[in-house]
Design a protein around this ligand. Structure first.
Ligand SMILES: NC(=O)C1=CN([C@@H]2O[C@H](COP(=O)(O)OP(=O)(O)OC[C@H]3O[C@@H](n4cnc5c(N)ncnc54)[C@H](OP(=O)(O)O)[C@@H]3O)[C@@H](O)[C@H]2O)C=CC1
Ligand SMILES: N[C@@H](CC=O)C(=O)O
Length: 338
């Protein structure tokens, strides 16, 4: 079966997905029997292009790289739900910006796709923050898959690991570094850069959210904690339930003083679990240089999952990045095709 891919949001991550798909077309077919065409791409400024037989991806990528537009491709119009049906899409990759309050525009995109019997993969945390149960139920009702590997630790497969690899374990708590941008900024500041220089570089490298206050004020790590609370503990909590402090109040003097004491400043996210229930948090913390999380620098993330059967399991890998997050969408699509 040939997968007909629709993409909503052709920014850092969406474009990287198209690049990977194009570069690896033959390998995906030979190794995973994964055959595809991209039939629809919708973006806010670039517009919408569609071809139910498959867009010419060499030309689309050429236009994106040279002009950051869809060039001379004929534009299509109409609501996304209607275009998804007209294009014959079998899977929607949803990569519009995260909005933690409304989940939009991703929430409507995902609702439309699931209602039309179309599988969905997303890296967008907003829809999961506001409508996790509704969307998983809609996918089940319509007999389609709804996967979201990229919403926590980008392409590093924490969600697959805890859902599948650790099936049967009871989770007793988690702790780690769940935001790439702030870890990058703190690492750069430790090396002498200013906060603003480091944030500008994180944005340039495609790590930061469209509105980076989501990163530096701890909201992004908090929503990842909310998603993990659901997956690991089956608990529905909201972002406001997470005890949260970001990194904006951390001064270069505090970072220098931590270094002088042989310590490192990190934004630590986690969920403690006791007889009273779960205690989710995102907090900057000065940790000893010998602590395993102290070695995790740049946009890398790490998480330690404490379990009954396995003890502690730690996963480290990219937490942000264009291609790293595009990989999460690809792995979801391959998983769907199996
Ligand atoms: N970058 C990363 O490392 C990671 C990102 N994510 C998540 O993935 C998603 C995408 O991230 P990223 O690619 O970096 O973000 P970008 O801001 O680079 O891309 C988002 C794209 O969506 C477009 N867009 C906005 N509104 C709409 C709409 N209504 N319909 C169609 N397109 C729209 C934007 O257009 P315009 O620019 O014209 O506004 C932009 O091109 C976000 O939700 C983010 O939180 C998750 C993990 C890691
Ligand atoms: N802005 C986020 C991107 C991934 O979720 C981060 O920096 O971690």
């Amino acid at each position: 079966m040939k997968h007909k891919i629709a993409l909503a949001g052709c920014g850092n991550v969406g474009t990287a997905l198209l690049e990977i798909l194009h570069e690896k077309k033959k390998e995906l077919k030979d190794k995973y029997a994964f055959e595809y065409e991209v039939v629809l791409i919708r973006d806010l400024m670039k517009g919408t292009i569609m071809n139910d037989l498959g867009l010419d991806m060499g030309t689309v990528l050429g236009e994106l790289h040279e002009r950051n537009s869809f060039g001379a491709f004929e534009q299509a119009s109409g609501p996304l739900g209607e275009l998804l049906k007209r294009s014959g899409a079998t899977v929607l990759a949803e990569c519009t910006p995260t909005n933690l309050k409304t989940g939009e525009p991703g929430l409507s995109h995902i609702r439309d796709a699931l209602a039309a019997g179309i599988n969905v993969t997303t890296t967008n945390k907003g829809p999961l923050a506001v409508a996790f149960d509704e969307l998983t139920a809609a996918a089940e009702r319509n007999g389609v898959k709804f996967l979201y590997e990229g919403v926590v630790m980008s392409g590093t497969p924490i969600i697959d690991m805890v859902k599948n690899g650790m099936a049967g374990c009871s989770v007793l708590g988690v702790e780690g570094i769940l935001n790439g941008t702030t870890n990058f900024i703190l690492t750069k500041m430790t090396d002498g850069a200013t906060y603003h220089e480091a944030l500008a570089e994180a944005t340039e490298l495609g790590y930061a959210e469209a509105d980076p206050s989501g990163d530096v004020e701890g909201w992004d790590a908090a929503v990842k904690v909310v998603i993990l609370a659901k997956i690991l503990f089956g608990q529905s909590i909201q972002v406001k339930d997470v005890a949260r402090l970001g990194i904006t109040q951390i001064t270069p003097q505090q970072i220098a003083s931590a270094s002088k004491n042989g310590n490192v400043m990190k934004l630590i996210a986690g969920i403690d679990f006791d007889t009273f229930g779960i205690h989710p948090y995102v907090m900057p913390r000065e940790i000893e240089a010998s602590h395993p999380l102290a070695q995790v620098g740049g946009a890398v993330n790490a998480i330690t999952v404490k379990t009954d059967n396995l003890g502690e399991v730690t996963l480290t890998g990219p937490g942000a990045g264009r291609r790293e997050t595009g990989q999460a969408l690809l792995s979801d699509m391959i998983r769907m095709s199996r």
